[in-house]
Structure formats: structure tokens, C-alpha cells
Design a protein around this ligand. Structure first.
Ligand code: LR7
Ligand code: MN
Length: 567
């Protein structure tokens, strides 16, 4: 995720014109916070220009390191110290401590954003930030950025959820520090909840109309909040995400990112960013300030109507610690009538790290896999085979995903659409063939085809119009005709058909890319079911199918399907 993020980052170093514009103005001149929300002009009743509240515009110390989001170098002689403190947060903690907790950052919004109008009666929001063992200066900078750059009347409260941190400074010292800000409330959880249930603990007590979730190592940029609330005000089923900019883990610089990016996923449900192709941007005459429909959200930063969030059943509370909850909420929102949007005029920086700096109660990989499998089981319908096909070790592991009845019931109750609908309407560019290959299964040597006669296996002259010769090669590695699957039967290389069933005891077959990874058996169909690898073969004299020891040169063991959809 980190590499992905950094490749999106556009260094601001060369763009000093923006900074110049900021510095050249008399202090406070751009802080139009004085234009109260009540100001109404005759053209657009009940609206005002986005407030550019920014208490850091005239920074206390303009010369301080990291000011205006500039990169910082570790001073000579401090390299060792900086290195040794890295693991406290898996970013440059030394520099984070060095730069002001209320530093200024550049206004990275696209042109036009500061002129946009929003309604005077925007809903209020509760900011929810959960954290475990967060670095002191990063946490404070996050809170200060919210307080410094949000219109106060829109912030109902800021709830900090301490997810059973082990660091002493996150207890009384934090309470004491925050006591000077009446809107900041701290919830110290009595056991480790994981970020999913920790966020829910915050949501339970929130008083604002809208919930705005943030990570605990962010910097909200000027004008970030109103554009998000404006979307939610427009429709309570809109979930609004800011553009996530990059705070460098190495030099703490604040970098903007390329425009026109969507949050997407690839199999097996890996989140990533994808640029909207230039021709699509041109064809639709998209502007940089246009709202972007987003198939999945990154997860950490979004605003959602509180009542709507609870109607959706919040997150699946069965998700543990970290990961997959962004997929779950994204599918749930889209499939159950809502929308996920990126709002280009709202920008928040986030420190991208290569690894989680806190411990997982259980194994990290297993936790994420289990979370994703829960999501797949509840939301993906028949497409869950693509998930398992791309994470095949999960099939073999017979992973225990826990009880899903509540989640499945919820989906029914909300009358959500199918995953197929989601793919067709929200994320049509995702490649999602339901099977790996299909059609006639032709033998290379004899040009004959596998067939089903009544319910028994046969080998016949190929006939493209014969439905009984059609087979699928599935993501779960079955060779399937309707309910029937090709399977070794009895001893001595005999083969037959039996009712298909998914799972680790199914008769699975390797073919093409799968087989090629083992030997030179690319065109072969190798049984995984037996102790010894064996290959599907035509007995040349009897024109019958059987299993035999694999022989890479034997054309009677080479097969191809009519159509291939994936490697
Ligand atoms: O057990 C935990 N308890 C917590 O309170 C684990 C984490 N947390 C806190 C943590 O301190 C942090 O503030 O939860 C927040 C998110 O954890 P990170 O920062 O370790 O996560 P991340 O930024 O690496 O990962 C992204 O994916 C996560 C998947 O579960 C969450 O959705 C994060 O919020 C999310 N972050 C973002 O969307 C920011 C942009 C990243 C991208 C792309
Ligand atoms: Mn994060």
C-alpha cells in the first residue's frame, strides 16, 4: 500500500508558486473565517463560499522545520537517534517530534475549490479517531489539524478512542493535554478492540449528525470538512471521502497526489488506486474538482451520516483488528442503495507506512485473510470463487470464518442488490470471469472431446453444438458439467463423474498456468487429488478416458478448452 501511495505522490517542492501566494499575503488575509455561514447573497440563498478556516496560516515560527509541509532532513549527528526511533511508529518519529504540532501546510486543492459554495445548514459532525500506541506528536498534529482547519460550529466533538494502548503517555498525559479543548473527548478502551470495533465504540456515543472517521496520523488541509458534509447533506446515502495525500514517512513532507484516481480492488480483494484513463477524462470533460464515484474506499478517512451508518448495520463486528472493513462497507453501501464518492476539494494528508507499528493479537496475515473471507462469503455471491481462486491456500486451509448468519440476514433485510449488479454498474472495468475456461475439452492427439452421456463420462467426436460436451474449468480447479465434476474413481486410473462439492476434498485439476508452475505440463490436466500426480489421457486403442503417469511429450495427455478467460 505504501509503494502504491508514494507512486501517486507529486512532490510539491517545485511548486513554490503556491507557497509564494500564501506567504506573500498579509497574515490572516486569506483566513476568511470571518465570512460567517449566515452571510446570504441574493444569487444563492442559504449558501456560502467554503470557509478557509486555517489557524496555522500565520505560523508561530515560519522558520521551524517542516513548516508549510516542506521536507525535513535529520540534522548531522542525529542519524542514529532518528534511526533508533523509527520503529516507534514505522516512520520518522524523530522528525515528527521536531516539526511543530501545528505546522502550516500548503493549500493543495485544485483551482476553483475555494470558490465553491456550500449550504449554510450543513450537518454537524463527530470526528472519530481511534489509535493504538500512536506516536505522541503525530496524534497531536492530527487533532490540531482538525481543530485548526475546521469551522468550529460544524465540529460537534472529536472522539479519540484509545484502543488499549500500552504507552503510558496516551493515558493521563493525553487526558491532561486535551482537557484544554472542550470538544475533545477520550475513550480509553479496557481491552484491545481492533480498529473496527474501536471505531464502533466511538460511533455508539457520538452526538453529531455525521460521523467523520480519521486515522490518528493525518493532517487535514484547509477547507477539508465542508465539502464532505455538503455531499452527505445532499443525500444521506452518500459516503464522502477526502483525497488522501501523502505525508512522507521519511522526511515528513506533505505531498499532493495525481487527480482523477479511484479506489479499486484486484483479486483477491487487494485495495489499490487506479487512475481514470485520460480518454475517459476527456470524453466526459471531467474537471479536477468533479466528484469521483469510487468502487471501494481506502477505509480510514470518510464521512457518513450517523443514522445511515447504523441502518447499514455499521461494520460487521465479526471483523478483527485491521483489514477488509473498507471492502465490507464499500460493498454494503453500493449494493444497498448508497454511493461512495471522492471529493477532490477535500484533502487530508496521511502518513503511509510500510508496516503496522503495533502488535496484532493474532497473526496479522491470518487476521486479514479471515476478515476478507467473511466479506467474500457475505457479499460476493458466486464471485466468491474468484476470491478463493486467487487465494487458493485459503481453500486448502479450511479457514474458519465464524458465524455469518447475522450478516447474511442483514443483507436480506436491507434488500441489497447482487454482486453482479455491483460489477456491472459500479466497477465494470474489473475483470471477473466466473470460470477460468469453458467450452469443449478437446484432446490434442485424437481431436475427440470429453462428454457426459446421461450421467456417465464419455469420449466422443467433437461437436460444438453438443451441450453434453461443454465443461467449465472453475476457479476452484474443478472440471465441471452442471452439477457433475470429473473425478478419479476407484483404482487403476479409472475416471468418472460425481456430484461437485467445493472444499479441500474435491477432485481438483491443474491445467495451463497452474500446471506449468509445477513442470512442463502446461497443456496437461493433472489430478491434484491423488498421492501421485496423474494426467488425464485418452487410451488410443479404446478411445476411452483414463488417468496415467504424466508424460510431458504424450499428445494423448494434451488438452485445450474452447475458451480461456484467465491465466
Ligand atoms: O488494533 C488496532 N486499533 C487501532 O485503533 C489497529 C489500528 N488502530 C488504529 C491505528 O492507530 C490507526 O489510527 O486504526 C487506524 C488505522 O490503522 P493503520 O494506520 O495502521 O492502517 P493503514 O493506514 O495502514 O490502513 C488502511 O486500511 C486499514 C484497513 O483496515 C484501515 O481502513 C485504515 O484506516 C486505512 N487507512 C487509510 O485509509 C489511509 C489511507 C491508506 C491507503 C490507501
Ligand atoms: Mn493509517
Amino acid at each position: 500500500m505504501d509503494a502504491n501511495a508514494v507512486s501517486r505522490a507529486v512532490a510539491l517542492g517545485g511548486r513554490s508558486w503556491r507557497l509564494g501566494a500564501m506567504q506573500g499575503t498579509a497574515p490572516g488575509a486569506r483566513a476568511t473565517g470571518r465570512d460567517g455561514p449566515k452571510r446570504v447573497d441574493s444569487h444563492s440563498l442559504g449558501m456560502h463560499k467554503v470557509l478557509s478556516v486555517d489557524a496555522t496560516l500565520a505560523p508561530r515560527d515560519p522558520q521551524a522545520p517542516g513548516q508549510f509541509g516542506h521536507p525535513v532532513a535529520v540534522p548531522d549527528g542525529k542519524q542514529e537517534e532518528a534511526k533508533s526511533r523509527w520503529k516507534e511508529g514505522n516512520f520518522n518519529v524523530y522528525l515528527s517530534d521536531l516539526i511543530p504540532i501545528d505546522r502550516a501546510i500548503m493549500d493543495t486543492r485544485p483551482a476553483g475549490c475555494s470558490e465553491q459554495r456550500v449550504h449554510d445548514d450543513l450537518p454537524t459532525t463527530t470526528i472519530i479517531m481511534c489509535f493504538v500506541d500512536e506516536v505522541w506528536s503525530a496524534l497531536l498534529r492530527s487533532v490540531h489539524s482538525v481543530l485548526s482547519r475546521s469551522p468550529p460550529h460544524l465540529i460537534e466533538e472529536v472522539i479519540l478512542v484509545d484502543d488499549f494502548s500500552t504507552k503510558e503517555y496516551l493515558k493521563e498525559k493525553l487526558d491532561k493535554y486535551m482537557s484544554r479543548f472542550p470538544k475533545v473527548k477520550i475513550l480509553h478502551l479496557k481491552e484491545r478492540h481492533g480498529l473496527i470495533r474501536a471505531r464502533l465504540a466511538g460511533a455508539e456515543v457520538a452526538k453529531g449528525t455525521v460521523l467523520t472517521f480519521l486515522d490518528s496520523h493525518v493532517e487535514c488541509n484547509v477547507g477539508w470538512l465542508e465539502p464532505l458534509l455538503e455531499r452527505v447533506r445532499l443525500s444521506r446515502a452518500k459516503v464522502a471521502c477526502p483525497v488522501i495525500e501523502v505525508i512522507s514517512d521519511k522526511d515528513m513532507s506533505y505531498m499532493t497526489v495525481d487527480s482523477f484516481q479511484r479506489g479499486v480492488f484486484t483479486w483477491p480483494m487487494n485495495f489499490g488506486w487506479r487512475q481514470i484513463p485520460q480518454e475517459v477524462v476527456e470524453k466526459n470533460q471531467m474537471k479536477e474538482t468533479d466528484i469521483i464515484r469510487c468502487p471501494v474506499m481506502a477505509g480510514g478517512l470518510f464521512a457518513i451520516d450517523k443514522k445511515y451508518f447504523f441502518e447499514l448495520g455499521t461494520y460487521d463486528p465479526g471483523l478483527d483488528v485491521w483489514g477488509g472493513e473498507n471492502m465490507e462497507l464499500s460493498f454494503k453501501v453500493w449494493m444497498c442503495g448508497g454511493e461512495i464518492e471522492i471529493v477532490p476539494c477535500s484533502r487530508v494528508g496521511h502518513i503511509f507506512r510500510n508496516d503496522n507499528p503495533y502488535s496484532f493479537p493474532k497473526d496479522r496475515v491470518r487476521t486479514v485473510e479471515r476478515n476478507l473471507a467473511r466479506v467474500a462469503e457475505v457479499w460476493l455471491d458466486e464471485y466468491k470463487e474468484l476470491f478463493y481462486g486467487h487465494a487458493y491456500h485459503l481453500v486448502l486451509k479450511q479457514l474458519d470464518v465464524g458465524d455469518l448468519t447475522q450478516q447474511i440476514q442483514l443483507r436480506k433485510k436491507l434488500q441489497c442488490r447482487s454482486f453482479r449488479w455491483y460489477l456491472e454498474n459500479v466497477y465494470p472495468d474489473l475483470e471477473a470471469p466466473l470460470v477460468k475456461a469453458s467450452g469443449l475439452l478437446v484432446n490434442a492427439a485424437s481431436a475427440g472431446c470429453m462428454a457426459v452421456e446421461n450421467t456417465t463420462l464419455a469420449f466422443e467426436e467433437c461437436d460444438v453444438n453438443n451441450k453434453h460436451q461443454e465443461f467449465n474449468y472453475t476457479w476452484l480447479r474443478l472440471i465441471q458439467h452442471g452439477e457433475l465434476c470429473l473425478a478419479p474413481s476407484g483404482g487403476a486410473g479409472a475416471l468418472g463423474l460425481r456430484r461437485c462439492r467445493a472444499g479441500s476434498h474435491s477432485p481438483t485439476w491443474l491445467h495451463r498456468s497452474l500446471a506449468a508452475s509445477r513442470t512442463e505440463l502446461t497443456d496437461h490436466i493433472v489430478s491434484e487429488h491423488l498421492q501421485q500426480p496423474a494426467c488425464l489421457e485418452v487410451d488410443p486403442s479404446h478411445k476411452a478416458l483414463r488417468l496415467n503417469a504424466c508424460d510431458s511429450a504424450n499428445p494423448y495427455q494434451k488438452w485445450h478448452f474452447g475458451n480461456y478467460y484467465a491465466d
